[in-house]
Design a protein around this ligand. Sequence first.
Ligand SMILES: Nc1ncnc2c1ncn2[C@@H]1O[C@H](COP(=O)(O)OP(=O)(O)O)[C@@H](O)[C@H]1O
Ligand SMILES: C[C@@](O)(CCOP(=O)(O)OP(=O)(O)O)CC(=O)O
Length: 526
Amino acid sequence: MSSSPSSSSSPPTVVSSSGKVLLAGGYLVLDPAYPGVVVSTSSRFYTVIDAISEPSAPGADGPIQIRVRSPQFLDATWLYFVDFAGPDGVHVEQVPDNPNGASTKNKFVHLALQRTLALGVELVSAGTLQNALGRGLDITIVGDNDFYSQRAQLTAQNLPPTLESLAKLPPFNKTGVTLPDVHKTGLGSSAALITSLVSGLLLYLKVIPSDSFATEGGTETASEGRKLAHNLSQYIHCLAQGKVGSGFDVSAAAFGSQLYTRFDPAVIQPLMNDVTDSSEQLAPIISPSNKAWDYRVEPFKLPPHTRLMLADVDAGSDTPSLVGKVLKWRKENSADAKTRWDELDALNQKLSRVLLRLGEEEAKYPTAYRKAVKYISTIQSVQWLANPNIIENEKVSDFRRVIEAFVEVNQTSEEIRAKMREMGKLADVPIEPPEQTALLDACVSVAGVIGGGVPGAGGYDAIWLLVCDPPNCTSEELPATRVERVWSTYKGLDVSPLLAAESVAKGVRVEKFDDVPGLAAIVREQ
Ligand SMILES: Nc1ncnc2c1ncn2[C@@H]1O[C@H](COP(=O)(O)OP(=O)(O)O)[C@@H](O)[C@H]1O
Ligand SMILES: C[C@@](O)(CCOP(=O)(O)OP(=O)(O)O)CC(=O)O
C-alpha cells in the first residue's frame, strides 16, 4: 500500500494453527460413519494482527482499513475498507492497494474478514466492533516453510534436499512466486490459514474471551471460544473452497491431533450461498450450542519416543478428482464398497487403538518402554520378535508386550496399505501407485521404521513414516538418519523431506510476537 498508516507500538496479537496429516481414514472420513486418524504438525500458520494507529493522512478521518499481507509471496497485499453504515450490518470491500489500481484477489482472506466481522456484529454489536477495529488493522500472514516446496530454494543454494539443509533456510522463507504458482506440500495451507486468521480476529476483536485458547483442543476440554473459532473456520473454508470436504484439516488446525468424525454438512447449508452480504444470521448456526454441529474430536497422539517423518514427492495429484472417482465407485458398487470400507475402518481403528495403548504403556512402564524402543530401533520390523533372548530379560513381560504392540502397528499399517491399494485398483485411482509402493517398501524395511503409508487421498503427493526415536542416541544411530539416506539416494521419485513433527500444542495457540523465530523480522519489513 503506498500510503500505509503506521502501526501501534503495543505488541501485536499473534495466533497460530497447525497443519495436518491424515494417517488413516482417507475417503472413509468423508462419511460420518467412519473416523479418521489425524495428526497435527509442528509446522504452523501464523496470523499477526496489529492496530493501525494513525490516520492515513494527517487530520483525515478516512474509512476503516484492513491491510493483509503475505510477505512470502509476490503480489500478495490486499487492502479492504470496512463499512458499518449499509443495511447489511458490515460490508468489507476490497480496494486497489496501489495507485495503478491493480491488485490480486484472495477469496479465502476476503471471506474470512467478511464473515468473521459479520458474526462479530451479531455477537457483540456493531458499535463494540467498530471500537475494537479503531482506524483499522494491519495483518500479516505467514506459513512455516514446510507448507510450500523448498526444492527451488535448496537448489539455488546448492543444498541437497535433507533435513539439515531445510533447517538452514530462513524461517518464513520467500517463495519467489505468486500464491497461485506455489507448489504446496499437502499440509493443509488454506485450512491452517483460515483457522489462524479467524481465531486471531475473534480474539483481537474480543468476540471471544482472551483465554479461549489457553485450554487444550478436544471437544470435551475445548473452550466455547475455541469451538466457535472452529465452527466459523469450517464454514468459511467450505465457502472459499466451494465445497464441503470432511473438514479434518480445519479440525486439526483448531484442536490438534485427534480421531476425527465429520459433521453433517447440512448444518452450514443455509449459509453456503456465496453472496458477500447475506441476510442469513450466522450466530444461531455457527454457535457451539447449535446441536447440529455433530463432529466428534477424540483424543489421539503418537506414542512417545517415536517420530513422524514426512516427505513431499515431486509429482502431485489432484485430490478432488481422486475423491470423485472413489465416491463414484462406492456408489456403483455399494455392497462391495461397504464390506471393504468396514474392513478398512476396523484396521484404522485398530491402528489408532494400539498407538494410544503404546502411550499408556510408556506412562506405566517407562523403563521397559524405553528399552523396547531402543532395542527395535536397530532392527528391521520383521526381526523384532525373532530373538528368543528377548524373553529372558528381566521385566520380560512389559518389554515384550511393548514390542508386540509395535509389531501390531507395523502389521496394521501394512494391511491398511494393502486394502487402500485394492480400493485404488477397483476404483481405477492411483491411491498408492506402484512408484509409491516401491518407495514405501524401501522405507518400511529400514531398521527402526515402525510403519508408513500415503497420507489422505494418497496419489503421488507425499508419504508418511513412523520411526523409532530413542533418547540418548547419536544421529548416526537414529532410524531417521537411515531413512533420510534412502530418500536422498532414491531414484524412482524425487523425494524431499519436510521438517514437521507432531505438534505438541493442541491446535490453535496464542504466541508471543518476539518468541517466534523470524516472525518480527518478516512482519516489520515493508
Ligand atoms: N500464505 C498465504 N497467505 C494468504 N493466503 C494463502 C496463503 N497460503 C494459502 N492461501 C490461500 O489458500 C488458497 C489455497 O487453497 P487450497 O488450494 O485449498 O490449498 P490447500 O490444499 O493447501 O488447502 C490460496 O489460493 C490462498 O487463497
Ligand atoms: C480424501 C479425503 O478423505 C482426504 C484428503 O486428504 P489430503 O490430505 O490428501 O487432502 P488435500 O489437502 O486436499 O490434498 C478428503 C477429505 O477428507 O476431505
